[in-house]
Design a protein around this ligand. Structure first.
Ligand SMILES: [Zn+2]
Length: 399
């Protein structure tokens, strides 16, 4: 296969990313210094949107009704097909800051878009380039909303990078569903009139006991993990309100939603036993990633071209992301490279948060932006490749 040779266009893209490195490092560091979480991350989205605008991109801010989203494209290329979507994430984790490296991810995707557009202009390559600012990956699902609202319809394939402990390309991951369970009972004096109380904390505890019984009767891929975020204010008052935040994961979204229903029944058991009212508030469902081997191969070959060693296999992972939903809508490539010299740091830890703000990480981010731009160039310029990728994607999604 000749799709991962050096070409003049690839050399241009490589050099263009290199030229952006100082700016990229400054932005990634700045996002790290000012972590924002949840749906509203205006500062982080703004920094990336400004970066793109400064380099000739037209930026549509607050798309799909989301306060901290954007869609950016180079002047004159709106509507061009085929088109790549570089997915930019920039939200941090509650309490841990940028422990998932989204300060690097968003910056790498934006730089990949800028460099790719310049290489395509310089070498007369047709096609569309979009950088999608996708808020709240950590439990919200900005990409899901943007898909639903049609903002991503401009694209034919999507790409992003995620830092992690090793080199990877489109590792299979699992589906996840977020939910909040609320119980409502009746407050009473715990000593003087306990018989008048309806205990919402007990309802939450019974839910966890029932969930723990459920664990024996699910397949080994299933993960059910929750926290109690509210369970009363004082021990001498019967708690009248309690709240659980729960995440259910399974190999695919259909199995995941089947388990979600069983978890709801666990909560109903808690409500029945205590006399509480129970209510459910569902988040969005993150789908498992559709792995397109032909596109994965493009990513691997370009990672090799940049000096990375190809991983031996493609083991199943048990994490989830809203990129999974994108992978159902269109072929999606997710590459992964380490951001610490030992390739050991794992996301969602304080060590990882520290690792995302180092020169080593900024180098990895620069290379990642290059790998993304190079991979997109292969899809644009290799005859028949996109058709192969599309056919495989169609087959995998309908399976
Ligand atoms: Zn992440």
């Amino acid at each position: 296969m000749d799709q991962a040779e050096w070409t003049d266009a690839k050399r241009t893209a490589l050099a263009e990313v290199e030229r952006l490195r100082a700016e990229m490092a400054e932005i990634a560091h700045d996002l790290h210094e000012h972590p924002e979480t949840g749906w509203d991350t205006p500062r982080s989205a703004g920094r990336l949107a400004d970066f793109l605008a400064r380099h000739g991109f037209t930026v549509e801010r607050q798309v799909a009704g989301l306060s901290s989203s954007f869609r950016a494209y180079p002047e004159g290329r709106f509507g061009a097909r085929p088109a790549v979507l570089f997915l930019a994430e920039y939200d941090a984790l509650e309490g841990l800051g940028h422990a998932c490296g989204h300060n690097l991810i968003g910056t790498a995707s934006a730089a990949a878009g800028i460099a790719l557009a310049r290489a395509m202009d310089a070498h007369g390559i047709a096609g569309g380039v979009y950088v999608m600012g996708t808020p709240f990956e950590e439990g919200g699902g900005g990409k899901i909303v943007m898909l639903r609202e049609g903002v991503m319809d401009v694209g034919d394939f999507a790409m992003m990078w995620h830092p992690g402990p090793g080199v990877s390309a489109s590792s299979p991951n699992i589906a996840a569903h977020m939910m909040t369970i609320a119980f409502s009972g009746r407050a009473a004096h715990s000593g003087g009139r306990p018989e008048e109380g309806v205990n919402a904390a007990d309802a939450a505890m019974i839910t966890f006991v029932a969930v723990n019984a459920l664990r024996q009767h699910v397949t080994p891929d299933v993960r059910i993990h929750g926290i109690i975020t509210k369970a009363g204010d004082a021990p001498n008052i019967v708690p009248d309100k309690s709240e659980i935040r729960m995440i259910v994961r399974a190999l695919d979204h259909k199995r995941c939603l089947a388990v979600v229903e069983k978890v709801r029944n666990c909560a109903r058991a808690g409500a029945l036993a205590t006399g509480c009212q129970v209510s459910f508030e569902d988040g969005l469902t993150f789908y498992e990633r559709v792995v397109v081997e032909s596109l994965r191969e493009v990513g691997l070959r370009n990672l090799e071209l940049l000096g990375y060693r190809r991983p031996a296999g493609n083991p199943q992972t048990y994490v989830s992301g809203d990129g999974g939903n994108v992978s159902h809508a269109m072929p999606h490539l997710g590459i992964g490279t380490p951001i610490d010299p030992e390739a050991r740091a794992v996301p969602h830890t304080p060590e990882f948060a520290r690792a995302t703000d180092t020169e080593f990480a900024f180098d990895a981010m620069t290379k990642a932006a290059q790998a993304l731009a190079l991979s997109a160039l292969d899809v644009f310029t290799t005859p028949g490749l996109l058709e192969t990728i599309r056919a495989e994607h169609r087959e995998k999604v309908s399976a």
